[in-house]
Write a protein that binds this ligand. Structure first.
Ligand code: ADP
Ligand code: MG
Length: 398
């Protein structure tokens, strides 16, 4: 789960990370009022959306008066911010963060990620901040500092000092840099984060160290024990289709095409997407029913895919190990009986109780197209979608 910049800053500040003064606003008037609370003569108005790259997309604006803040805020509220991290549909701005404007002398990149190879939290940092880490890796890979943290002892002061020196902090800034590095690590570790990123971490004109941007992502599987984090969820920033699925314990990924896919397991999902593509079609989404799915769960999954307006054909592709084909078939039949569709439905079942499953489909009398292999299923789905589309067009023309 992602959270907003202002929320990440609030959390990190509690762990001793220095951040500028700021306040949240839900209206232009409130934004202007925030600047008076903060004081000073320069402010930055920042769109709160779950994506980086806001600066380049018009989501970060420097202002010099409260009138200017009100104007900028007026522009930003309700605006769709499109960055390389949002996808073409972008994310809408409902909250603004107003922050004291900082005199930047140096920009540093500081990140904490899970390194799956060493099974440890790893610090990834670079003295060339202000760019995304992907860009740093491309343009200045030699500046990247990596340091793996030993979980039994956590990050040690000497380790944080080593990183701080490698990033070129001056002696007077080392203490603040060390506090920032250890604070981020503790927040990551104690709150079940999967990513903490400060980009940029800056040195100001008067030599102070400050986190100007902050991003945190949390482990969804640990949210049940992190009440205070799960309350930070902002559904307005999520794909509504994915939110609906997550609320029902299903995992759903929305895509741009028109063939809806119900599968079990991420690997089979990938294979199914590939097969649809190579048959000349385009997946609208995929929904993973997971293992041991009951007929009810399958029916729910089916209804969810049905409710996606982009879906013009549905492909159910199940390779049952822990799952049972008869339960899947029952779920599909149940969903179709309760809510008949006029789009093609293709079902391919394999594995546990496959014969029972096929029998249920046959005996239902529903116009379900069946297939035995994945390739056959994908081909049938794509050609059924084409035919169905052609007959719709004919109907419209006549
Ligand atoms: P994003 O990464 O989404 O583009 P940032 O919060 O990193 O958003 O802001 C983009 C840039 O705007 C920063 O790299 C920094 O140069 C500048 N900036 C952000 N916050 C402030 C601030 N409080 N004072 C001065 N400049 C800022
Ligand atoms: Mg940034």
């Amino acid at each position: 789960m992602d959270i907003h910049e202002y929320q990440a800053k609030e959390i990190l500040a509690r762990f001793g990370v220095p951040v500028p003064r700021g306040g949240l606003a839900y209206s232009p008037e409130q934004a202007a009022y925030r600047s008076r609370e903060i004081g000073g003569d320069k402010w930055v108005v920042k769109a709160q959306v779950h994506a980086g790259g806001r600066g380049k997309a018009g989501g970060v604006k420097v202002c010099f008066s409260d009138r200017e803040i009100e104007e900028v805020a007026n522009e930003m509220f309700g605006k769709r911010i499109v960055t390389h991290q949002t996808g073409p549909e972008g994310k809408i701005v409902y909250r603004l963060y107003v922050e004291g404007g900082v005199d930047i002398q140096r920009e540093i990149y500081l990140g904490f990620v899970l390194d799956r190879k060493s099974e440890r939290i790893m610090v990834v940092a670079s003295a060339s901040g202000g760019m995304e880490i992907e860009e740093i890796a491309e343009r200045a890979p030699e500046t990247i500092v990596r340091s793996v943290v030993e979980p039994a002892v956590g990050i040690q002061e000497f380790q944080a000092r080593e990183i701080a020196f490698a990033l070129g902090f001056e002696p007077g800034q080392i203490r603040q840099a060390v506090e920032t590095i250890t604070g981020c690590y503790r927040a990551f570790d104690e709150l079940d984060a999967t990513m903490v990123e400060i980009n940029p971490l800056v040195v100001t004109g008067d030599g102070a160290v400050l986190a100007l941007d902050a991003k945190m992502t949390f482990d969804d599987n640990a949210l049940y024990r992190r009440q205070e984090i799960s309350e930070l969820r902002d559904k307005s920033q999520e794909d509504p289709r994915e939110t609906m699925a997550a609320d029902r314990g299903l995992s759903y990924v929305g895509l741009e095409g028109n063939i809806g896919c119900i599968v079990n397991g991420a690997g089979l999902a990938m294979a199914t997407m590939d097969m649809i593509k190579s048959s000349g079609g385009d997946p609208a989404n995929f929904l993973d029913i997971g293992g041991g799915a009951t007929p009810d769960r399958v029916a729910k999954a089916f209804r969810l895919v049905q409710s996606d307006h982009n879906v013009e054909a549905i492909l159910v592709n199940i390779f049952a190990g822990i799952n049972r084909c008869d339960w899947v078939a029952e779920g599909v039949v149940k969903a179709l009986e309760a809510n008949p569709v006029d789009i093609p439905v293709i079902v391919r079942l394999a594995g546990t109780n496959v014969n029972e499953g096929r029998k249920i489909l046959e005996e239902s009398g529903l116009p379900i197209i069946t297939a035995t292999t994945l390739a056959e299923a994908a081909e049938k789905a794509v050609s059924a979608w084409h035919e169905d589309n052609a007959s719709h067009l004919k109907a419209v023309a006549s």
